[in-house]
Design a protein around this ligand. Structure first.
Ligand code: HEM
Length: 347
C-alpha cells in the first residue's frame, strides 16, 4: 500500500505539471516554482543543519566496530575505532565516497540440517548487492546532476565537456547514449525492487521511503524522454535557465515542450522536499556524532556542558583511592595496592 500511495502521489504531481503546461502557466512553472523551490531548499537545509549543530553532544558516541586505542601491544583498529581527528576524517571520507558501512553489510543465512522445514544453522554472510546498487545510483545521479550545468553555463567549462564525452564514450545512437542515464535507471529500479520484493524490507518501508525513489524515477524517465525521444529545443531551455541564473528570468520562450516543464516541476518538488525528508542524509552524514567524533573517551576527559559547576569530575584513580581498602577486601582487582598507593601519596 505504501508503495501505491507514493506512486499515486508522483502521478498526481506529473498530472499537475502537465495541466500547468497545457494551461500555458510557463511563468509559474519555469520561474516562480523553481525560485520558490530553491528558497525552500536553502532555508530548510540551513535550518536543519543549524538545529543539528546546536544540539549538545556532551559525550563521544562514535559507532565503533573494532579495537579501541589502548596499550601499545594491542593492535588498534584505526578506521573502525578512530582515536584522532585525522583517523576520523579518513573514516568519514571512506563512508561518504565509498559507502564503507554498506560494504560491510551482512545478512543472516540458514543452512545445514532441517527441522520442520527450517534450516537449523545460522551464519552471517557478507552481502554486497545493496552496496553495489547504492554506489551505482548515487554516482550516476551525481554525474547526471553535474552534467546539467551545461544548461547553466556559457561557455560550457572544459571539464563538463570532458565529462559528457566520457559518459557517451560508447557512442551508441544519436544523440549519444549517456551511460549514466542507463545506470541511474538501473540503480533506482534496483533500489525500488529491493523494497518491494524483499518481505523484511517491505515490512519496514514507509511512504517516505518509496516517494523519493518514484520521484527520482519519474525525473529520470522524463529527462530520458526529452533527450532521446520527444526532442527538446536545448537552446530555448538554455535561454530560460541562463535567465534564471542571472536573475533576469524570461517568461514566455518559444519552443519548450510540456515535457520539459513536467521534468522541471518534478525536480522542483524534489529540491523543496529534501530538507523535510530522509534525503537530508546528504548533509546529516557530516553532522552525525556517531561518525564525526574520534573515540578518545579513555584518553581525554569530556566534561558534560549541562553539569552544574558544583559537580566535580571523579576519575577512576580518585575512585580507587577512595575505595581501595574495600575493593581489596572484596577481592576486586586494583591498579595500585595499599603500599603503592601510600608510596605515591608520600611522593
Ligand atoms: C535532480 C536534478 C535532475 C535530475 C536527476 C535530472 C535527470 C535528467 C536525466 C536522467 C536526463 C536524461 C539526459 C541526461 O542525462 O542528460 C535529463 C535531461 C534533461 N534535463 Fe534534467 N535532471 C535534473 C534537473 C534538471 C534541471 C534543473 C533542468 C533545467 C532547469 C533540467 C533539464 C533537462 C533537460 C533540458 C534535459 C534534456 C537534455 C538533452 O536533451 O540533452 N534537468 N535530466
Amino acid at each position: 500500500m505504501n508503495a501505491l500511495y507514493s506512486l499515486f502521489a508522483v502521478f498526481a504531481l506529473i498530472l499537475l505539471g502537465m495541466a500547468g503546461a497545457a494551461a500555458g502557466m510557463t511563468f509559474s512553472l519555469g520561474v516562480v516554482i523553481p525560485y520558490l523551490a530553491i528558497a525552500i531548499f536553502f532555508v530548510g537545509f540551513v535550518a536543519k543543519v543549524i538545529g543539528w549543530a546546536k544540539s549538545p553532544v556532551p559525550f563521544r558516541i562514535p559507532t565503533t566496530g573494532g579495537q579501541m586505542k589502548s596499550h601499545d601491544w594491542i593492535q588498534h583498529s584505526k578506521l573502525d575505532n578512530p582515536a584522532t581527528t585525522g583517523q576520523t576524517i579518513l573514516r568519514m571520507a571512506l563512508e561518504v565516497l565509498c559507502f564503507r558501512s554498506l560494504f560491510r553489510n551482512v545478512a543472516v543465512q540458514r543452512f545445514g540440517s532441517t527441522q520442520d522445514g527450517v534450516d537449523m544453522k545460522v551464519r552471517y554472510a557478507s552481502t554486497k548487492w545493496l552496496w553495489g546498487f547504492a554506489l551505482i545510483f548515487h554516482y550516476s545521479f551525481l554525474i547526471v546532476f553535474v552534467r546539467h550545468f551545461r544548461l547553466f553555463t556559457d561557455p560550457v567549462p572544459g571539464f563538463l565537456v570532458g565529462l559528457e564525452f566520457a559518459d557517451g564514450l560508447l557512442q551508441i545512437g544519436v544523440p549519444t547514449l549517456y551511460l549514466t542515464d542507463l545506470f541511474l535507471m538501473l540503480g533506482v529500479t534496483l533500489l525500488l525492487l529491493r523494497r518491494m520484493v524483499l518481505p523484511q524490507v517491505r515490512y519496514i518501508s514507509l511512504v517516505a521511503d518509496y516517494f523519493p525513489l518514484f520521484l527520482i524515477l519519474s525525473i529520470t524517465c522524463s529527462g530520458i524522454m526529452m533527450r532521446y525521444f520527444a526532442k527538446t529545443d536545448i537552446m530555448a531551455v538554455k535561454q530560460l535557465t541562463m535567465g534564471l541564473f542571472s536573475f533576469a528570468p524570461q517568461a514566455h520562450i518559444e519552443g519548450i515542450g510540456a515535457i520539459f516543464y513536467i521534468h522541471l516541476f518534478l525536480v522542483c518538488v524534489l529540491i523543496a522536499y529534501i530538507p523535510f525528508s530522509k534525503l537530508m542524509h546528504l548533509g546529516g552524514v557530516f553532522l552525525s556524532p556517531t561518525r564525526n567524533l574520534p573515540n578518545d573517551n579513555r584518553a581525554k576527559h569530556h566534561r558534560n556542558p549541562w553539569n552544574d559547576e558544583s559537580i566535580k569530575p571523579h576519575s577512576y584513580a580518585a575512585y580507587e583511592d577512595e575505595f581501595r581498602e574495600k575493593m581489596i577486601e572484596a577481592g576486586l582487582p586494583v591498579e595500585k595496592d595499599m603500599d603503592e598507593a601510600a608510596q605515591t601519596e608520600a611522593q
